[in-house]
Design a protein around this ligand. Structure first.
Ligand code: ADP
Ligand code: MG
Length: 581
């Protein structure tokens, strides 16, 4: 697409505002240009001492004749008329970034398109000082030197480089999540500080950004959404499993819309709500939503740096995100198979168990679990069969792909919590329960959660109604005292669920165990109890298979058959893996 100057009426419609105010802003604008040019390899080099930034890409390049236009104001190849503002498919569209950067620096833009051999221009303070042939590979290299040299105040107000580097790393990480096919390198003074290799999904990107994010602790979902009235959108969702992954800060819930991460508090809240009471106290989820929606539904003009947006029909999108998270949390065979292969626990078990010295176990990666279809119920949930109870605490359950241990108390707590949340009932008591020595705040607390409490004499109170779940219990007094200690209605529901759930140490019949499993597997959040503790430990058949070395070849592995001298090491391995016992 050729570069042109925007007509005056369009310029007036575009939100004006300074965007080139920092080192980071230059990186952001140059990287956005590379992404708009469909690059899948972007190398960013920073030299903070000389205020220099270079971004090199393998995108479509800029035609030789267009190079001088890039640094003119309001020149762009991305939109041409007012109507295009409702149909923006690129990250940039105002045609302002290179112009502004050129005003504050010495800029060199070298580029080669499919048709050309490569050309470069150099400009100082916005004036072109050189124009020359520059043979190079397809793509563009923008080099910005002496940034803000002519505006010392801007240098002074720029945050320290260390701080900006952190921001830049986060920015690139966010772009990488939105554009997972791109390979990135960030160098500072020629030293590599961030490398991200492109993959087919944002799930592949996450573990490259934070080393504690393991692929197997994340779940991925992608779907096409019919968007009223007659459009289609696409959602990609990567979410940490609540029993595996959480953060001490709310720093890894991100929303990407049409190619960039934006602030969209309404959608972030939808995610936090979905994780409500699935994580331990003071822990926060990890989730990334990438939405590609028809451009006319997004108003990028809310913010000059396009960091905030307005989204039409926000409750529609909130619901889509919450439904998608609910899908991810369900224990379906598809979710399970995504989750467990190569997971940490299995790897650790195998590390301990494998005796590397004595036996050759075949090429790494040779082993592939059998592709068996897990039996599912009508709702697609996996079928677990209770087979035993251990230490009157754990239910051993079997399913097509392995063995699970389920902690009976917390599984039941999850079941009761969800039931009580749906149907929290306060019922009157025939005989009131008398409590002694309550403080005023305790009485208030009981009233706040809907109980009827009356003064019954000096230091005595009569409680005349009670949560239905507690009605037939012997420990009502203790339960009421616990409820009087504080918290909101939800805390009260959690406390009642915990108190009324089957205790550990209680013997269960097979029928009771099966009932509990069937109820638990249908819950909305089967991974953790409402306090955030994990409910089950899966031992997959695939890891048991390796642990018990069922891939051994009888004879060779037992040292009975001698290794033939003509067998090379690799030949031998091949033979073993083809002849699995
Ligand atoms: P905008 O991105 O809003 O169009 P910019 O000032 O950032 O404005 O860029 C001006 C024009 O220069 C772009 O429209 C594009 O045609 C061209 N351009 C800039 N950077 C690149 C790049 N890395 N690869 C290809 N074309 C580029
Ligand atoms: Mg741009």
């Amino acid at each position: 697409m050729r570069i042109r100057k925007l007509p005056e009426n369009v310029i007036k419609l575009i939100a004006a505002g300074e965007v080139i105010d920092s080192f980071t802003a230059v990186v952001r604008e140059l990287v956005e240009n590379s992404l708009d040019a469909k690059a899948d390899r972007i190398v960013i080099s920073l030299y903070p001492d000389s205020w220099s930034i270079q971004v090199a890409d393998n995108g479509e390049g800029i035609a030789e004749e267009d190079l001088p236009l890039t640094i003119q104001p309001h020149t762009t190849s991305k939109i041409f008329q007012a109507a295009d503002l409702n149909n923006i498919h690129t990250l940039g569209f105002r045609g302002e970034a290179l112009h502004s950067i050129a005003q504050f620096s010495t800029i060199t833009i070298a580029s080669r398109t499919k048709e050309g051999n490569g050309w470069a221009i150099k400009a100082e303070g916005g004036k072109i000082v050189q124009s020359y042939p520059h043979p190079m590979a397809l793509g563009t290299i923008v080099t910005v030197n002496d940034l803000f040299a002519n505006t010392p105040v801007r240098r002074q107000v720029n945050p320290p480089f260390k701080k900006q580097l952190k921001k830049i790393q986060m920015l690139l990480g966010e772009f990488a999540l939105c554009h997972p096919h791109v390979t990135w390198q960030l160098l500072v003074n020629k030293r590599l500080v961030l490398a991200i290799s492109g993959g087919d999904s944002p799930k592949k990107i996450f573990p490259q950004l934070v080393s504690s994010f393991k692929d197997s602790d994340l779940q991925f979902l992608e779907k096409i959404i019919k968007t009223p009235p007659e459009n289609f959108s696409r959602l990609k969702l990567v979410a940490g499993l609540p029993d595996r992954l959480s953060r001490p800060r709310p720093d890894w819930v991100k929303i990407g819309i049409n190619g960039r991460v934006v602030k969209c508090p309404e959608l972030e809240t939808a995610i936090y709500d979905s994780y409500h009471h699935t994580l331990e106290r003071d822990r926060f989820p990890v989730a990334f939503v990438d939405l590609r929606i028809p451009p006319h539904l997004v108003d990028w003009n809310r913010h000059p740096a396009k960091a905030e947006i307005y989204l039409d029909n926000i409750s529609f999108w909130q619901q889509i995100i919450q439904d998608s998270l609910a899908e991810i949390f369900r224990l379906t065979s598809n979710n399970i198979s995504q989750r467990f292969f190569n997971r940490k626990l299995e790897d650790n078990i195998l590390k301990v168990a494998e005796n590397k010295v004595v036996y050759s176990l075949g090429e790494e990666g040779d082993f592939k679990p059998e592709e068996k279809k897990t039996k599912e119920d009508t709702k697609g949930l996996i079928k677990l069969k209770a087979v035993a109870q251990v230490r009157n605490t754990y239910i051993v359950a079997e399913y097509e792909e392995g063995i699970w241990l389920i902690e009976q108390h917390i599984a039941h707590e999850r079941v009761l919590y969800e039931k009580l949340k749906e149907n929290w009932e306060i019922v009157p008591l025939e005989t009131p329960i008398i409590l002694k020595d309550l403080q005023e705040r305790q009485v208030e607390q009981l009233e706040n959660i809907g109980l009827e409490v009356e003064n019954f004499g000096t230091n005595l109170w009569a409680v005349r109604s009670i949560p239905k779940a507690l009605l037939s219990r012997k420990d009502c007094v203790e339960a009421l005292l616990e409820l009087s200690q504080g918290g909101d209605l939800d805390d009260a529901i959690r406390a009642v669920a915990c108190r009324t759930a089957i205790r550990n140490g209680q013997k269960l019949s097979l029928k009771q165990m099966q009932q509990l499993i069937d109820d638990w597997i249908k819950t909305k959040n089967p991974h953790t109890c409402p306090h955030g503790r994990p409910i089950y430990l899966p031992l997959e058949e695939s890891s048991l298979f390796r642990y018990f070395r069922r891939h051994w070849v009888l004879g060779i592995s037992h040292g009975i058959t001698e290794k033939s001298p003509s067998n090379s090491k690799t030949g031998m391995r091949k033979q073993q893996s083809n002849l699995e016992a």
